[in-house]
Design a protein around this ligand. Structure first.
Ligand code: GLC
Length: 651
């Protein structure tokens, strides 16, 4: 039986939930791509110096400069031999492939790559730039404090907090000798099926624009300080708007929607001076207008005509991980179309040697004009010069090699407090009261993995145990610390436990970590939390309705339909993916000094086939909803529309 999207008006709970006011941007729809003024104007002396360097480079040196391998697949010696301009560490790549590599070992590897680049036989030496996904703190590094993922930060509605997180993240990254961060993600998440929903700040483009600007300012500072890094506006453009939320799929937005929704974050970050843009795997097909722009990685119209010529972006465009192979006719190791379209630096993690040979051949055969190569190298050198790499080695930073620099506990704890949302709190089930005895249940209660989600030590955030993080506190540990270990009893599944011995039961529900397409809920499957995690529903049934108030806490990367869980709970907290500092969550659960201030930055669905905020979607909690102790409200029984085996109305 399939479930037809009814044309019900969105069901909005009365208590304290008003649809977020239309953002300022939405009130003034743009009719064209804006001509922007980037924060860093070209510097004549710098441009002349760059031109001299480019003029003295061989083709092999230029193509090497445009090549970005992963550190697992290139040695410092090969960086020297092939004139490599950049490296990255993808999720799950660590020095010597040691997950527990120390900050000093990260910094030492950076020094080796830096020295290797300067040892290349070139008329003018060009320093290497190392890029990393520090997307919620320096998440590749064991011992680094990890912040809430973007979906939770969006609920904080606090751009100033985001800027402070950017500063702290930049410091963490500079401690390891790295000077380029692949953040912020500027996706305006539209469909809850998308596995990267949690990397989006909000479904409101205006909030994404404000947050993106704040993070760029936090990360980049003035670009040349020893606590500054280069930021990345990603993934350009429309990654969060694909049909059915399919990761790397096709956005079918109109030109106006692309300009006004998905472009919003790029305007604010380009004007804030972001120096790099990462192309999106996704494609854009303006079906209504019959205009198919194709894969972003191969779209000259979007990468050059719009981004560089119209928006005025003069930094570098980097491809995504093997992103060029998705361009029709291309492979991991060759794509003249992508380079001609406007990709300046090619993230070719493994097949970099073949890529260099193929690209040199493409230029020599006239498939790529030398002028395009020169422009790409010019942009790369411009970013390196603006960020001070020609003047100071990455190691010339007070933070370099300093383990203390990757700690940011207090800031992360504050971010957690502000990023969690109280969706229900009947009969003052919350706050937890000092001296009361509570039972804590659920696999996620003592799991830093489920607390931190994807992009945590490994790409998927899996294959980790609590000790791997070498820092942080699970919610269980934090509750014991705050309420007294004698007042907090843990049982994974509450089997054989006499609930009447306890004042309350705290049920910690959670997705297990995922990243990118691994997290997609493919159409036509329903997007219902208890379908994705049936054990959690069984656990709630085991403890609910036994005369003891049930407080549910949900770790999730997306707002998934959960009325069945909420009805079984007396209080319900959407905690999203809070990161390593579970103490921040305990702070608000135990009341005391802190109240809930979080408000949803995405509408929360009221049925299993409602995947967004489009006409016809059933909304249970509107964007902007959030309860607090100061503004209590009683939540009635939520409707339980039948969940089908398969949804029928595509996007
Ligand atoms: C990934 C992601 C991108 C990330 C890059 C490098 O596939 O799409 O966000 O920056 O590869 O890890």
């Amino acid at each position: 039986m399939t479930f037809r999207k009814t044309k019900l008006l969105p069901l909005l709970l009365l208590a304290g939930c008003a649809l977020a006011p239309m953002s300022a941007a939405a009130q003034h729809e743009r009719t064209d791509w804006p001509a922007l003024t980037a924060a860093y104007a070209p510097d004549a002396a710098m441009e002349a110096r760059i031109a001299r360097i480019v003029a003295g480079m061989t083709l092999a040196q230029k193509v090497g400069q445009m090549t970005q391998p992963d550190v697992r697949y290139i040695t410092p010696e090969e960086v020297t031999q092939y004139y490599i301009g950049s490296v990255l560490n993808g999720g799950g790549a660590w020095p010597a492939m040691n997950k527990h590599a120390t900050v000093a070992e990260w910094a030492a590897l950076s020094d080796r790559y830096h020295d290797a680049a300067l040892a290349a036989d070139m008329a003018a030496k060009i320093p290497l730039i190392w890029g990393t996904d520090a997307v919620h703190g320096h998440n590749n590094v064991s011992g680094a404090t990890l912040f809430p993922h973007n979906i939770g930060l969006g609920a904080a509605h606090d751009p100033e907090l985001i800027e402070r997180i950017g500063r702290a993240t930049a410091r963490q990254v500079r401690a390891t000798g790295i000077t380029w961060v692949f953040a912020p993600t500027l996706a305006v998440g539209e469909n809850r099926r998308w596995g990267r929903t949690y990397e989006s700040y909000s479904s409101d483009p205006q909030q994404v624009a404000e947050y993106g600007e704040a993070l760029v300012r936090g990360l980049q500072g003035d670009l040349t300080g020893d606590g500054d890094v280069v930021a990345t506006a990603k993934h350009y453009m429309g990654d969060g708007g694909t049909f059915n939320g399919q990761d790397q799929g096709e956005a079918r937005a109109s030109r106006s929607e692309m300009i006004n929704r998905h472009g919003a974050g790029y305007y604010s970050t380009i004007e804030a001076g972001v120096q790099t843009v990462m192309a999106s795997y996704s494609s854009w097909n303006d079906v209504a207008a019959g205009h198919d722009y194709g894969k972003m990685h191969g779209s000259r119209e979007m990468l050059t005509d719009v981004l560089k010529d119209r928006l005025g972006f003069d930094g570098l465009v980097v491809s995504d991980w093997n992103g060029i192979e998705q361009v029709p006719g291309c492979t991991k190791a060759e794509c003249a179309q992508a380079i001609n379209a406007g990709i300046d630096m090619i993230m070719v993690p493994e097949d970099w040697k073949a890529f260099i040979g193929n690209t040199i051949a493409d230029v020599e055969a006239g498939r790529i004009p030398m002028s395009r190569i020169d422009d790409a190298v010019t942009r790369i050198l411009r970013v390196k010069m603006r960020s001070g790499l020609f003047d100071h080695a990455p190691s010339e930073s007070r933070y370099n090699g300093q383990a203390s620099a990757v700690a940011a506990t207090d800031l992360a704890r504050e971010a957690v407090r502000k990023s969690v949302v109280l969706l229900k709190n009947n009969d003052r089930a919350l706050p937890l009261v000092q001296g009361e005895k509570i039972l804590v249940v659920g696999d996620s209660a003592d799991s830093l993995s489920n607390q931190t989600g994807g992009w945590s030590l490994t790409w998927q955030g899996t294959e980790n145990v609590n000790a791997d993080f070498a820092t942080g506190s699970t919610l269980l540990a934090a509750l014991k610390a705050q309420l007294g270990a004698e007042n907090v009893v843990y049982s994974r599944d509450a089997v054989g436990v006499d609930l009447t011995q306890f004042a309350k039961v705290v049920v910690v529900l959670g997705e297990t970590p995922y990243a990118e397409y691994h997290g997609d809920v493919r159409f036509p499957a329903p997007v219902q939390y208890s379908h994705l995690r049936p054990n959690d529903l069984a656990l709630l049934h085991a403890v609910s309705g036994k005369g003891v108030p049930v407080v549910s806490v949900l770790y999730s990367g997306r707002p998934a339909y959960a009325n069945d869980l909420i009805n079984l709970s007396d209080a319900f907290v959407a905690a999203f993916l809070p990161g390593t500092e579970g103490a921040g969550l305990a702070d608000v659960l135990s009341g005391g000094r802190y109240d809930f201030t979080g408000r949803l930055s995405f509408a929360w669905p009221g049925s299993a086939c409602s995947t967004g905020e489009h006409a016809g979607d059933v909304v249970q909690f509107a964007r902007g909803f959030g309860l607090s102790y100061a503004r209590p409200a009683t939540t009635g029984e939520l409707p339980l529309p039948t969940t089908p085996g398969a949804c029928d109305a595509a996007d």
